[in-house]
Design a binder for this molecule. Structure first.
Ligand code: HEC
Ligand code: HEC
Ligand code: HEC
Ligand code: HEC
Ligand code: HEC
Length: 212
């Protein structure tokens, strides 16, 4: 299994909700049937690799980064089909992908889920004119030059790859974000990982391209 870490988290989370709700009402047999259903559906959910790309090799065990508000990518991406680049708007045109400003969240959350504690906390930030101080999950050393723009242009726009499936390209370096209840680092993003992918997909090999 490639995405063991967060797959297991989600799985346990779902399992515990089901178990909690059902312990009094449904029998153990049904509980196990449900549990195996979730195992099966997660096993099938592996993100496909676009056919024009040789996937970079390497996994990383993500450490949990505590955030001011736990932001559920799964709810937004998987359940509500919001595109990665709707929120991370700069990925296609700059070095950074960008984290959306609170005003963008409030475009929906003035109306949606206003009774939920996390949304009430978000609204409080908004009303105080502040933003949650999201902590970095991915961070390459300063001596490394990385840019989203070149990768997204090459793998999405130059290749005429459908933008609605862009998460498959993001996933090469970020894993199964759509399944995550909290963003985790699942790829090593170290020199070997970058270089092997450059070799396999015609990226530059010169030291100075990545070290300016
Ligand atoms: C509704 C807005 C929204 C959507 C849609 C969304 N994200 Fe995010 N993303 C966020 C927010 C807010 C954070 C900061 C909180 C965190 O890191 O958990 C974040 C964090 C991240 C991070 C970690 C950033 C870091 O600090 O290193 C990655 C990687 C990421 N998103 C990738 C994706 C990908 C890939 C998709 C599509 C599968 C996606 N996001 C869809 C809002 C969004
Ligand atoms: C395009 C609309 C949209 C945008 C933009 C959006 N969300 Fe959401 N968000 C939703 C929907 C829909 C749900 C699911 C609501 C539900 O289950 O009742 C949700 C759920 C959530 C939840 C879980 C609430 C809970 O406890 O069940 C959090 C936390 C959240 N959003 C935070 C954010 C943050 C932070 C941003 C900005 C980075 C953001 N959202 C941007 C639509 C959006
Ligand atoms: C080729 C690998 C690669 C691809 C493809 C990629 N990223 Fe990243 N991403 C990185 C690296 C490396 C970092 C850390 C950059 C740093 O520390 O300066 C990062 C950081 C981020 C961050 C946090 C910092 C920032 O740039 O705002 C977000 C959010 C993010 N990526 C989202 C995305 C989304 C969304 C996509 C797809 C549209 C994507 N990434 C595609 C490698 C990639
Ligand atoms: C999925 C494969 C893949 C991964 C993983 C990847 N790259 Fe790339 N990268 C490419 C390709 C292909 C190009 C050439 C894009 C083009 O032709 O415009 C490229 C281009 C670049 C460029 C632009 C060079 C220039 O011409 O200015 C930089 C910088 C770069 N990559 C750094 C990195 C770093 C640093 C990492 C690791 C954190 C990384 N890449 C991971 C495939 C990848
Ligand atoms: C495709 C991008 C890429 C290319 C090409 C590249 N590097 Fe790196 N390099 C990285 C990244 C990413 C790191 C950061 C690794 C980490 O986070 O541990 C790194 C780290 C390093 C380090 C610090 C290593 C350490 O172990 O602390 C040195 C030294 C280095 N690179 C030298 C080189 C030399 C010399 C070349 C040319 C032969 C080169 N690099 C080519 C991406 C690249």
């Amino acid at each position: 299994m490639r995405f063991t870490v967060h797959t297991r988290n989600c799985y346990l989370r779902y399992c515990s909700t089901i178990f909690y709700k059902s312990s009094r009402t449904i029998s153990t047999a049904i509980y196990f049937a449900l549990a195996s259903f979730f195992i099966a559906s997660y096993a099938q959910a592996e993100l496909p690799v676009p056919s024009h790309i040789v996937a970079p090799v390497g996994e990383h065990k993500g450490e949990n980064v505590p955030q001011p508000i736990e932001f559920p990518h799964n709810t937004h991406v998987k359940d509500n089909k919001i595109n990665c680049m709707y929120c991370h708007t700069y990925a296609r045109r700059s070095k950074v992908a960008g984290i959306p400003p609170t005003s963008k969240c409030m475009g929906c959350h003035k109306m949606i889920a206003t009774d939920k504690p996390r949304i009430q906390k978000l609204t409080e930030y908004w009303e105080n004119g502040e933003s949650p101080r999201w902590k970095k999950v991915h961070d390459v050393p300063d001596y490394v030059h990385f840019t989203h723009e070149k990768h997204i242009r090459k793998f999405v726009f130059d290749a005429n790859f459908p933008v609605e499936d862009v998460q498959q390209v993001c996933g090469l370096c970020h894993g199964e974000i759509r399944e995550m209840t909290v963003a985790e680092k699942t790829k090593p993003l170290n020199m070997g990982f970058c270089q092997r992918c450059h070799q396999a997909n015609g990226g530059p090999g010169d030291c100075w391209k990545c070290h300016k």
